[in-house]
Design a protein around this ligand. Structure first.
Ligand code: BEZ
Length: 202
């Protein structure tokens, strides 16, 4: 299988962590892919008209996106599904936490694009503040929920780890750990997992 990915992308990181957790590294070829909302990538564009990473081309030649679909597909390849609980309250809880994390990542990536790509004169500080507030709202909720994570590391916790890691990578000045000791301690611990350590952004 071919995974279009980029070491900076937190959504690609979700998939890369999942692949490692599921023992699928030998079956997935990671293809480093440059993407930008303001530049074309013809190779990726042929496989995914959204020109977004992660994109997975399966051994059967099917092309899958986005990170949610790819992670669930990979989970299904493993005889014993591990990252997505079976139907029921635990599955809904994991999907809800994944949605929370993905929403925070969407907002953080939009801030990154705004600050790194948009010409300074065209930036809209209130819009950036609005996106940042979403990220911090999610972090506060995760802080309140960390005590219930236990040893679980399903798609919800993978998403949460990718949020913390992306903020460390792109927004260290946001000091996300301040006032969130439980989440910070959890992330410190989870960062030692090989799947998380190996996928730390450059
Ligand atoms: C980044 O460089 O922050 C980034 C790269 C790809 C996707 C999203 C974010």
């Amino acid at each position: 299988m071919k995974l279009y990915m980029n070491r900076a992308s937190p959504f690609a990181r979700k998939v890369r962590i999942a692949v490692r957790e599921l023992g699928l590294t030998g079956r997935v070829q990671e293809a480093d892919t440059a993407v930008s909302p303001v530049a074309a990538n013809e190779t990726l564009g042929r496989d995914n008209p959204l020109v977004k990473i992660p994109t997975l081309v399966t051994d059967e030649g099917d092309t899958l996106y986005d990170s949610r679909v790819i992670c669930e597909y990979c989970d299904g390849l493993n005889r014993k599904s591990r990252l997505f609980p079976a139907a029921g309250p635990q599955r809904i809880a994991a999907l809800r936490r994944q949605a929370l994390a993905d929403g925070a990542l969407d907002a953080a990536v939009l801030c990154r694009y705004e600050l790194a790509l948009r010409p300074e004169a065209l930036r809209w500080p209130d819009w950036i503040a609005g996106q940042k507030a979403k990220v911090f709202g999610v972090l506060d909720l995760l802080e309140a929920e960390t005590g219930r994570f236990g040893e679980e590391f399903n798609i919800g916790q993978i998403g949460a780890a990718c949020v913390c890691g992306y903020l460390d990578f792109r927004f260290p000045d946001w000091n996300w750990r301040s006032g969130r000791p439980q989440l910070a301690a959890w992330f410190e611990r989870i960062s030692r997992r090989p799947s998380v350590a190996e996928t730390t952004p450059p």
